[in-house]
Design a protein around this ligand. Structure first.
Ligand code: UTP
Length: 787
């Protein structure tokens, strides 16, 4: 091509488009055109153009088609100079033209699509010379292994490794100097041969490469192209430093789809916390994920690996817990998203437990940091990820407990763990009360503090189970858990703990039943049983602690209350419960005497009871004994008002992790007595039966589609409507409700026990089922509003 077309005049002299170079005047231009760079590029361009003219692009090949077969087939149209994947390059233009003539190409029974190779204007792209030799080598080695993959686990492992190598080879063709780094169970020593293949495409070096290429003057030959889009355009089309994750993932997906044989079902999942490209590798029936911003995962994989090297008991324990959790439907989110624990979270729960055995089996992450040498210092995205690379740097544990003992201890550890009230930190090997954690998060300036240009650090998403990532301290790895899954996890731990104390677990007596571990792994039968099998649970409603839901003001107050936060929260919940019964559902509060009278049909007149005019009446509080598993409130809580409707100050309950003897329990404020508030409620209208229908009717005139229990005003209207329209019961329904704070030795929650009345049991049962859903939802709504 004539050099002149490459040169344009600029206000400052001349610009050579081919070399992307400016020169100030004519003599310099002449020198440039004669120079090595311009000459080399001109030659490269000429060669490339000739190659393009001699090449065709082929699609529709069978996935196991070899390059030899491809070459053999196209030999009939002319001498094939080269065949790389889908590009067939002939020795002369005639071959290409001949190959384009037939209307139908068929090979191994499949119809091929053959089209001219895209002709692309030559650009200077500083790119490593593409070399497909490695790729072919990997493919050749992969094929025989894949043939036997189904038979041997060892072969599967080799096949996985080769697949990773193949993907690596393909990606380096498009992204010079990039790396494919496996992480997760396939490399952290906790994998089974069917586990997913998690890959991190590290583009950091490619970014440097691209930045250098932009300023460098060295010409670099280009690569082949695929259908409709030139691979060799990738680095010239996309600026890696400014491209969005979605753009990059689309590119990764396109490369996977078009250039990695055997890969199917490629799908970009951009909405996840960590966006990925998912794919399926059919021969190995393998599910894979490729992410591009996941350096921390590669590092935490190394950490898990180190932990498993440190103590041989960790691996079997993790496998056992993972299997148990899967059998009990506590783990295994389909497609990676869902409300259950993931394997990573389960593994961290096991490690945290092992940090807390006596003596500890594993050191804390902070302790590990002190054992690392200077070269092992590692900070990723501002998070300190320093730990020794070799187990030799860490002294062995003095703990000699056997696996069976540790397994049983794992269950009892979590059977009585306050998940909602604490934040688990593997760094410190501690569970911090959520409120202390939040105040720390505000005041402490960790190494991970925001650096210039980085997004501000978030506090982790707190929920029913708070388990901090050991490195990325703003990430709650169990943040996806729902109340129910946390509850189920704890319930199954309680069940397992009970079983581990039995003779069957200890293998002393089988009594004809499955024994040992087998029984532990009995699949979850579905349906919720009570952990202790007591009838009590049948009429108990739980209201779990949900810090994230509370308004800022209340969160601050809880924070100030320190360890006493549970009690303060309990008071607010009780106030909200009173509000739901009294103001929303229009129940009448009454003393025991009134209740008894009402139960006998001599209580307040029906009309009165239903009118909701109970402003002057307080719910009655009766002091009860502390129940066994409620614990003492921490000291230092601010005195606060008793909940609405209470006649006595609230009892002090729930608090730090060590239950204090009863008489020594710290008091809240000016010495309230220990106990549980109790109310008696009565209602002459079944405001729970057919409530949804009334609500739907009322909603026809109101533009509100929120679910039941999320709109206070609407619920009051529904009750008023029902009370006004429906006939009263002959005998009012009277029953008692007793509130109890649970925490410290279980997940923080309020338990409301409803005592069935002697009369109207059927109405009571319906009411209970209604309240089971409605009451926690309505309390949440009121708490959110700040009752
Ligand atoms: P998984 O939970 O999938 O664990 O997380 P796994 O051990 O690989 O199990 P399977 O067999 O694939 O289901 C995979 C990896 O992702 C990172 C960790 O490196 C983990 O090992 N990860 C996961 C995080 O960094 N944070 C998370 O919250 C979850």
């Amino acid at each position: 091509m004539d050099s002149e077309v490459d040169i344009i005049t600029t206000p400052k002299g001349f610009h050579c488009n081919l070399c992307n170079t400016n020169v100030p005047n004519k003599p310099s231009l002449d020198e440039h055109v004669k120079g090595r760079k311009h000459q080399t590029l001109t030659n490269v361009r000429a060669t490339r153009t000739a190659q393009e003219e001699c090449s065709v692009f082929v699609t529709g090949l069978q996935k196991d088609t070899s390059q030899t077969q491809l070459t053999e087939y196209f030999q009939q149209f002319g001498d094939v100079a080269d065949g790389v994947y889908a590009i067939v390059q002939f020795g002369a233009v005639g071959g290409q033209q001949a190959a384009l003539c037939p209307l139908v190409h068929q090979m191994s029974g499949l119809r091929l699509r053959v089209k001219p190779r895209e002709k692309k204007g030559f650009k200077l792209v500083n790119k490593k010379k593409m070399d497909f030799k490695n790729l072919q080598e990997v493919l050749e080695r992969l094929r025989p292994v894949l043939g036997q993959a189904g038979t041997l686990a060892e072969n599967k492992k080799t096949a996985r490794e080769l697949l990773v190598q193949l993907i690596h080879e393909v990606f380096t063709e498009f992204f010079p100097d990039s790396q494919i780094l496996p992480f997760g169970s396939s490399v952290n020593s906790f994998g089974i041969h069917s586990c997913d293949l998690d890959l991190f495409l590290d583009l950091e070096n490619t970014k440097t490469f691209q930045a250098r290429a932009k300023t460098s003057t060295e010409p670099v030959a280009e690569a082949s192209s695929d259908d409709g889009r030139s691979e060799d355009s990738i680095l010239s089309d996309i600026d890696l430093s400014s491209a969005s994750t979605a753009e990059l993932l689309d590119l990764v997906a396109a490369i996977l789809k078009k250039c990695v044989p055997g890969v199917h079902k490629v799908q970009v999942v951009a909405g996840a916390r960590l966006p990925v490209v998912k794919f399926h590798y059919q021969e190995l029936d393998l599910q894979g994920d490729i992410s591009i911003n996941n350096r921390l995962a590669v590092r935490n994989t190394r950490y898990l690996q180190l932990c498993s090297w440190l103590d041989p008991r960790l691996r079997p324990l993790v496998f056992t817990i993972r299997y148990w959790a899967r059998q009990k439907q506590l783990a295994g989110n389909v497609g990676g998203a869902g409300p259950l624990l993931n394997n990573y979270a389960l593994t961290l729960l096991v490690i945290y437990f092992l940090q807390n055995t006596s003596p500890p089996v594993l050191p804390t992450v902070d302790q590990l940091k002190t054992m690392a040498c200077e070269e092992e210092e590692c900070v990723i995205e501002g998070w300190d990820c320093t730990f020794p690379s070799q187990p030799i740097a860490v002294p062995p544990s003095k703990n000699k407990q056997d696996l069976c003992t540790l397994l049983a201890a794992f269950f009892s550890f979590y059977a009585t763990f306050d998940f909602a009230g604490n934040v688990i930190s593997l760094r410190e090997g501690l569970a911090l009360p959520v409120t202390s954690f939040l105040s720390q998060a505000r005041t402490v300036t960790p190494e991970a503090d925001t650096k210039e240009g980085e997004p501000p650090r978030q506090t982790p998403k707190l929920g029913p189970l708070n388990l901090l990532d050991p490195f990325e301290l703003s990430h709650n790895v169990a943040g996806n858990l729902s109340e129910r899954s946390q509850h189920n996890f704890q319930r199954e731990c309680q069940e397992a703990e009970k079983y581990c104390r039995s003779l069957q677990y200890l293998r002393k007596s089988a009594k004809g039943k499955p024994w040992g571990l087998v029984r532990l792994f009995t699949p979850h039968s579905g349906g919720l049983q009570s952990p202790d099998g007591s009838a009590d649970k049948e009429t108990t409603i739980s209201i779990p602690f949900k810090l994230a839901l509370l308004p800022e003001v209340l969160r601050n107050q809880l924070q100030l209350a320190g360890d006493g936060f549970r009690l303060l929260w309990f008071q607010r919940v009780c106030a909200a419960v009173v509000q739901v019964f009294q103001h929303i559902l229009k129940f009448l509060p009454g003393s025991s005497a009134e209740s008894a009278a009402a139960a006998e049909g001599t209580g307040p007149a029906d009309g009165e009871a239903a009118s909701g005019s109970c402003d002057s009446m307080d719910a009655s509080w009766e002091e009860l004994d502390m129940s066994g598993d409620s614990t003492a409130a921490g000291s230092g809580s601010p005195p606060s008002a008793p909940p609405a409707g209470s006649k006595r100050p609230l009892p002090s309950e729930g608090g730090d992790t060590s239950p204090a003897p009863r008489e020594k329990k710290p008091r809240l404020g000016a010495g309230p007595k220990a106990g549980s508030p109790r109310w008696t409620w009565s209602q002459t209208h079944t405001v729970w039966a057919g409530r949804r229908k009334v609500r739907r009717e009322l909603l026809k005139t109101a533009a509100d589609s929120r679910p039941e229990g999320s709109n206070e005003e609407l619920e009051i209207q529904v009750t008023d409507h029902m009370v006004g329209k429906e006939p009263p019961l002959k005998v009012p329904l009277v029953f008692r409700v007793q509130a109890r704070l649970v925490g410290a030795t279980q997940s923080t929650k309020v338990q409301l026990k409803l005592h069935p009345p002697s009369e109207g049991k059927e109405h009571f049962r319906d009411l209970f089922h209604f309240l089971e859903i409605f009451l926690p939802k309505m309390v949440d709504t009121l708490m959110e509003k700040g009752v």
